[in-house]
Design a protein around this ligand. Structure first.
Ligand SMILES: Nc1ncnc2c1ncn2[C@@H]1O[C@H](COP(=O)(O)OP(=O)(O)O)[C@@H](O)[C@H]1O
Ligand SMILES: [Mg+2]
Length: 245
């Protein structure tokens, strides 16, 4: 039985790809069979983030019916398995976004968990990722425009009968200009299940084409992603501090 989790937010740039990759890598570190799939066909990022911008067969080939999606899965040195989409604008021609859903379901039986990095906006492409998913994880930053878009994402997902697991609050700086987790929970009517700090290690890891949980395992954002991963699979994750290391 494969569970498909879509990482979603109507707003771009809030950390969907970062979350999908790091959640997937953390779960792989815990010994879970996981595949992170690019569900963002117009502006794919998985390959870019992980230094695999061009692969022999991409999610576009699967959507086009040229390849089985199982043939579009690759192992990344961090231990996570990924299915990147093509970054070539030519590969977008004639793509039927509605087919993403069927393609994602073709991964049934190949992993315990499939994490889908979905696109911003509320278009066909995003709908199709939501359609395939069993559960949705919504990523937001702690500001009203992003939270407002999250409400739309949640309404859309629930309108399709999907379970929204909760909200991942990203780029948290704990300053006075930010909305607090409690305020966000009251507005979106879902729990904030992770707070990922603003962390320069994420930018450094992107430069190295690595997930931060792999390149900077002890960074604050890595700890937060590992805690999120543990929560999702009901596993215990104890943060090693100087006291208990
Ligand atoms: N917690 C964070 N701290 C610092 N930089 C971050 C954090 N989360 C994301 N970023 C950076 O923000 C940018 C957008 O993130 P990304 O995951 O690509 O967003 P999305 O997929 O929602 O468009 C990337 O350059 C990423 O490295
Ligand atoms: Mg992205």
């Amino acid at each position: 039985m494969t569970k498909i989790i879509a990482v979603a937010s109507a707003k771009g740039g809030v950390g969907k790809t970062t979350t999908a990759i790091n959640l997937g890598t953390a779960l792989a570190k815990f010994g879970r069979h996981v595949i992170v799939v690019d569900g963002n066909l117009a502006t794919p990022n998985i390959g870019i983030h992980l230094g695999a911008p061009v692969v022999p067969f991409s999610v576009h080939d699967a959507v086009r019916g040229k390849k089985d999606i199982k043939e579009c899965v690759y192992s990344h040195e961090s231990g996570v398995r990924i299915a990147p989409a093509s970054i070539s604008i030519n590969d977008l021609k004639g793509i039927d976004h509605k087919k993403i859903s069927k393609v994602l379901k073709g991964l049934e039986g190949t992993a315990e968990l499939v994490i889908v990095d979905s696109c911003a906006g509320l278009g066909e492409e995003m709908f199709s990722c939501i359609d395939a998913a069993d559960e949705i994880l919504v990523v937001t930053t702690a500001d009203l425009p992003s939270v407002t878009d999250s409400i739309k994402t949640i309404e859309l997902a629930e309108g399709k009968g999907k379970t929204v697991i909760g909200v991942v609050l990203n780029r948290v700086r704990n300053d006075n200009s930010e909305m607090k987790a409690g305020e966000i929970e009251a507005l979106v009517e879902k729990p904030v299940i992770a707070s990922i700090p603003e962390d320069e290690s994420i930018r450094k890891s992107l430069k190295k084409n690595h997930p931060v949980v792999y390149s900077h395992p002890d960074a604050p954002s890595s700890t937060a992603y590992k805690q999120l991963a543990a929560l999702l699979v009901g596993q215990k994750y104890e943060v090693l501090t100087k006291k208990n290391a």
